[in-house]
Design a protein around this ligand. Structure first.
Ligand code: SF4
Length: 1016
């Protein structure tokens, strides 16, 4: 049989053959009793489609249905096409969505009929049209019928955290949670009705912390927009709590917030860069390598291969750990770096670039938007804009405005290179890049000024290359070579980072990556640093006014979070100190002002410290803060376990994880394949989103009316019982003056999808055949009567393609299409308006290099003696693992455990060897144990440990008793080392604390000092 016939016989296998055929999960392999489908593929799955060999036409396989969904195996949100067995209602296999760039590289056009698109997947076309999912996405279907998934409502039967549960009717749980009572034989528990006290202050005497409604602390994941918007609408807009925490702050938010500062002011967004793979020639990957973390793992392998073959793409992976791609002859080079030293590495590159004038002066000197247009640039920059550097001047550190020196208007000022004189930045084409001089102000006084670029250059040159080499462990020669390579490809080069950012200066690291890309003119340039074009957020369309609630809250009036995400200078503490003539700084605790990140871990330390107050109720929906956030102390965990400190604790999830195991109730929730979705994709530059509807029947228990229990059902019922605004009859206003009900999951999802779909400009026409082949006909049934005819058509169009993927020309001239020009910021003046709550000093307008330090400014080494803790810690994202993937059976099979990786020479010096059982101890005395693996693939003097392992307290790795029956832990879920509990806190803070990024207050963990000792 030739290859084409073989492929047509087995149907479309795409990239998942290896995973599916080697997996043990029984629903993926036909049973031995089933007749063989051919002599070649004896008990393989029946084909996805049946291909008529004579005509090439395809027909559906009887007994199976197709559906589109979005993948939630990680937060890249690729598309999925799903095969479901009609009889068993079980997912047989998933592959990629051929319309989605993340799955197929060169996606098929949206207006191609669905059947035609599927036909394009058949036969032997090499890599063309191979719409795939990665190994993790393929395995994620296991979660639907996972043997330890919780589908019943549970109430704890022993002490909180003891692992003993009883199943109870949903209605009982609902009543107890709302009304409270002596629920556990431990005394009275306040219910939600009692806790929501809008007329009392959360922290009496400190009005900035809002009302006592803030005593409800709610966590969530945040990366599934349709459902997250519902959750936040309930928590913030209806209930009125500001304490809604998510994972970003302990998952690298500082890198994206820092990167964004190269282009926007604080609070104006977070950016995420990746190379423009189609035209890239060179890239620096910091703390990762292509395909190991970051943008869609699913597409990166193909993108890298194509870039290498088509364009001779080369890259360097600057990382404590040698990962798979640079070791596999992919045009990459591994440069080992000491963990947590990425900032000095980037400053070293910057220094070499300034020393040699390897910067894009044409781009940088562009002084305004009109000049950018005239010069064929997309962006202009403030590199030439002058900053006042007169220490005692009231505007010191601010941009010089024209009126200050007698010019007309308030625009920034540059030195006109043609005249050598100051000029309104809006009136010239270019500004002089390097300026350090004294002007005369309008009153005739001398005024020293520097250009933005001069200030940045001075900071980069403040330290010698030798200092940077010493800090990073990378030789000066290598640093020069990387800088040379980075700047030798014009704009077709970029630098990007991933987990490198999780150090105490991760925000600075991210900021520097943005600035380095600015220095070569790479942002949005063909072959440069690329960014997604955005997606359609259903709460941002007023067709259905989902974000507004009559009688509800907008979010700004409910006070700041318990974790103090606000301005210290507005606080009662500050005002009292001033009134009493006390020193204003330091504040008693950090205030996170530059970038409020809704830090769930910091909210918990506030709770444990009872400062400013304790929470009375906790909701954890699809989140696992006690596992995911490094450094939470046992005292914090105890404060969650103790009913006297936290009265009511509710988990909403598919799993009893490390956090929901500490709850009083577990409300079962939908799995990713059972939910409605419309989400942004990482890894695609197209404007659009992946979308889907439930592809199988939810496995959760039903309520008394026959409706499946889920997060939305639970919160709607709470709202109806408590008469909260924004739910029930006529709860949602429409832009055409109607009001519609919000009683069910479908009421919300239909309107959310309608908002999303009606924002799409180029929806394809949809035929009956499309509806059947795509599964949209089935998906639309619960939604149809909630929508107008036009909305039905639009939503059906979206679901029939598994999302919306706007195909525009990729480039406009030398830049990626669809992006608007802006002022790139070498100097970010807005940052200087924030004051550090310990030092009392304003933050600088450029990133600065200061070795890792604590909140009070002490260097880490001062408290963590190097002779006692000689090694540096780093962690990394394991390719197949994500926070929830331990519940993907095949993931646990393919990636069963992790190791503590250490350089073989370092191990020898310490008397250690591969296979040793060892203990990692941090300066706080906390430790974790694991198995050592030694080789040359880790930087000397450090260890690297993969995240996502060691689930001994959740996901079924734990023993649990339900209705008196012991369900033993699955040992394969508990294997490996979980490092987060070992990581240290900040010894310069009071009370329970976390180790934080100095600027943003995000969690830091990279580069901390540890020791490794052999266990006997
Ligand atoms: S990269 Fe993430 S979203 Fe994409 S297929 Fe893999 S697991 Fe799914």
């Amino acid at each position: 049989m030739d290859r084409r016939k073989f492929m047509t016989n087995i149907g479309v296998a795409a990239g998942t053959i290896a995973v599916a055929t080697t997996a043990k999960a029984e629903n993926y392999v036909k049973s031995k009793e089933d007749p063989p489908i051919s002599s070649v593929a004896k008990n393989a799955l029946t084909p996805e489609f049946i291909v008529d060999e004579a005509t090439g036409d395809i027909s559906q396989t009887p007994g199976q249905r197709m559906a589109f969904q979005r993948c939630f195996g990680c937060f890249d949100n690729c598309g999925l096409r799903v095969r479901v067995d009609d009889k068993t209602d079980k997912i047989l296999r998933v592959n990629g969505n051929p319309y989605c760039e993340n799955n197929s590289g060169d996606p098929l056009p949206l207006d191609m009929p669905v059947k035609e698109a599927f036909k394009n997947l058949t036969g032997d076309q090499g890599h063309n049209n191979r719409a795939t999912t990665c190994g993790r996405g393929t395995a994620a279907t296991d979660s639907v019928d996972d043997e330890r998934r919780v589908t019943q409502v549970l109430k704890r039967a022993g002490k909180r955290g003891e692992g003993k549960w009883n199943t109870i009717p949903y209605e009982q749980a609902l009543k107890e949670i709302v009304e409270g009572g002596d629920l556990f034989g431990e005394g009275k528990v306040a219910g939600l009705r009692e806790i929501r006290q809008l007329d009392k202050e959360a922290a009496p005497g400190q009005p900035e912390f809002g009302s006592a409604a803030n005593h409800l602390f709610a966590t969530y994941l945040g990366d599934n927009a349709a459902r997250s918007n519902f959750y936040t609408r309930f928590m913030i807009n209806s209930w009125g709590t500001s304490n809604i925490g998510k994972k970003s702050a302990y998952c690298g938010a500082q890198q994206r917030l820092g990167l964004a500062l190269a282009a926007v002011n604080p609070h104006q967004g977070a950016w995420h860069a990746h190379p423009d793979w189609k035209e890239a020639r060179y890239a620096i990957f910091l703390g990762t390598s292509p395909g190991n973390s970051g943008n869609s793992l699913n597409s990166l392998g193909r993108q890298l291969a194509d870039a290498r073959v088509d364009n001779g793409f080369k890259y360097v992976s600057v990382d404590p750990l040698l990962r798979t791609t640079p070791s596999a002859n992919t045009g990459g080079e591994w440069v080992p770096i000491k963990p947590g030293r990425d900032t000095p590495f980037l400053f070293a590159l910057m220094r070499v670039m300034f020393d040699n004038n390897w910067i894009n002066a044409h781009h940088l000197s562009t002084a305004n938007a009109a000049a950018a247009k005239a010069k064929g640039e997309l962006h202009h920059t403030n590199a030439s804009h002058l900053v006042i550097t007169e220490p005692n001047h009231p505007q010191n550190g601010k941009f010089l405005s024209g009126s200050t020196i007698g010019l007309t208007g308030e625009n920034p000022v540059v030195i006109d290179p043609r005249t050598g004189q100051p000029a309104d930045a809006e009136t010239v084409q270019d500004g002089k890049l390097f300026v350090d001089q004294t002007l005369t102000d309008k009153d005739g006084k001398p005024l020293s000024v520097k250009s933005s670029l001069t200030i940045l250059r001075a900071e980069a040159q403040r330290n010698s290359l030798a200092t940077y080499a010493e800090a990073t462990g990378i030789s000066e020669k290598k640093l020069r070579q990387i800088a040379r390579d980075f700047t030798s490809h014009g704009r077709r080069s970029s630098v990007m980072l991933s987990t490198a950012s999780s150090s105490a200066d991760g925000f600075v690291t991210g900021w520097l990556t943005g600035l380095l890309n600015t220095l070569i003119g790479s942002h949005h340039a063909k072959g440069g640093a690329a960014y997604w074009l955005g997606f359609h957020n259903g709460s941002k369309n007023d067709r259905y006014q989902l974000g507004k609630i009559d009688g509800g809250f907008s979010g700004t009036e409910i006070g700041i979070t318990a974790s103090r995400e606000g301005r210290y200078e507005n606080s009662t503490e500050y005002k009292n100190k001033r009134a009493n003539n006390q020193p204003l700084y330091p504040a008693s605790q950090p205030w996170m002002e530059i970038a409020p990140v809704k830090h769930a871990g910091e909210m918990l330390t506030s709770h444990a410290n009872n400062d400013p107050y304790r929470f009375r109720a906790f909701f954890s929906w699809r989140n696992n803060v006690t596992y995911g956030n490094s450094g939470l102390s046992q005292a914090v965990i105890n404060s969650m376990k103790d009913p006297k400190q936290l009265g009511l604790s509710v988990g909403i999830d598919c799993h009893l994880n490390e956090t929901t195991n500490l709850c009083d109730y577990l409300i079962p929730d939908l799995s990713a394949h059972e939910e409605y979705a419309a989400d942004r994709m990482w890894g695609s530059e197209m404007k659009g989103f992946s979308a889907g509807a439930p592809v199988v029947t939810p496995r959760t228990v039903k309520d008394q009316y026959g409706r499946h229990v889920c997060m939305e059902r639970f919160l709607i019922d709470i709202a109806l019982m408590m008469n909260l605004p924004g739910f029930g009859k006529n709860a949602i206003r429409t832009s055409d003056g109607r009001q519609v009900d919000l009683f069910t999951l479908e009421d919300w999802s239909a309107r959310y999808l309608a908002n999303v779909a009606t924002m799409c400009k180029k929806l394809p026409p949809v035929t009956k055949e499309d509806m059947i082949w795509s599964g949209a006909e089935r998906a639309m049934k619960p939604l149809n009567d909630k929508l107008t005819p036009a909305e039905r058509t639009a939503v059906a169009a979206v679901l029939s393609r598994g999302g919306y993927y706007e195909a525009e020309p990729r480039y406009s001239g030398d830049f990626l299409n669809g992006h608007t020009g802006r002022c790139l910021r070498i100097y970010n003046e807005a940052v200087t308006s924030f004051i550090h709550a310990y030092s009392g000093k304003a933050y600088p307008g450029i990133p600065t290099y200061q070795p890792n330090h604590f909140w009070n400014g002490d260097n880490w080494e001062k408290h963590w003696p190097q002779d006692e803790f000689p090694l540096l810690f780093s962690s990394y994202k394991s390719t197949l693992r994500s926070p929830y993937s331990v519940a993907f059976k095949r993931t646990a099979e393919f990636s069963p455990t992790n190791y503590i990786y250490m350089n073989i020479h370092t191990a020898k010096e310490l008397g250690l060897a591969s296979g040793d059982k060892v203990r990692i101890t941090s300066p706080t005395g906390r430790f974790t144990d694991g198995q050592l693996q030694t080789d040359e693939g880790v930087v000397k003097g450090a260890i690297a440990v993969g995240m996502g392992f060691g689930h001994s307290r959740g996901f079924g790795g734990d023993d649990r008793m339900i209705d008196g029956k012991l369900i033993s832990g699955l040992k394969e879920r508990a294997t490996g080392t979980s490092v987060n509990p070992m990581l240290p806190t900040d010894p310069t803070r009071t009370g329970e604390s976390l180790l934080l990024d100095y600027w943003t207050g995000c969690t830091a963990r990279h580069g901390v000092s540890i020791k490794v000792t052999k266990l006997s």
